[in-house]
Ligand binder design. Sequence first.
Ligand code: FE
Length: 286
Amino acid sequence: MTKLTDNNTLRELTSVSQGQPSSDGDGVKLTRLIGNPQIDMLDPFLLFDHFESEQANDYIGGFPSHPHRGFETVTYMLAGKMRHKDNAGNEGVIAANGVQWMTAGKGIIHSEMPEQESGLLKGFQLWVNLPKTHKMSEPNYQEFPANEVAIEQGDDGSEIRVIAGTTNKGTTGPVINHHVKPTYLDVHLPAGTQFEQSLATTDNAFIFVIQGSILVGSSDNKLDKNQLGILSKGDLVTVTASSENSQFLLISGKPLNEEVARDGPFVMNTKAEVMQAFQDFKNNDF
Ligand code: FE
């Protein structure tokens, strides 16, 4: 197989991790893959959580009313449903293969609760930082059900669900973000098939394997189910599905290279701004 394309710098795995078992909200069990002691952040990504359980006790408490300021939360569901409600009267349900890209900006108070009392709930939450100039912007939602997420099908049986960014064959996802120009792909590869994606050379990027196992880069380093792999800088990601049908997320974004001051649900540039966020929340000024 040909892997080295002229003038391309292939991205290789630089670290592999399993994340940290955690709980958040009202006792929701999850695995924190970014935003843990091992990986504090991967600029502009502040946090990446995976939740997956068929046991209602692991998720039924949900994430009751809580604030956010200074960044974006991205919820992508694979199974089950989550209902969100905020203090501005926005409300909706995110179901399987649907995505909500929420810009908290200067402040949102919302709840995210399972819309089910049994069965599998599986999905991801990613936090994307906002630049200093946009931390206090008006809150905004980009919400797309499964049928509004772009799907690219390959002759080899592959399928790419494009939430953000553009594939090498030109399929563009619905989410718009001019700050970090994200790529967010959900890639399904039949056993033994290959995938290539060009990325801006200096963007930070990672892969999370949902199903099966994959081989990454020129040296075919293996990444297994439920592992997160951080990629080196470079302009091309190459992946081959191993002997099983495989599925993974490929996520990338432009680093903001700004100071980060974070505490709980607030992510600002300075400690004083975080203190101000706590004060504003306490004073009902969100
Ligand atoms: Fe939230």
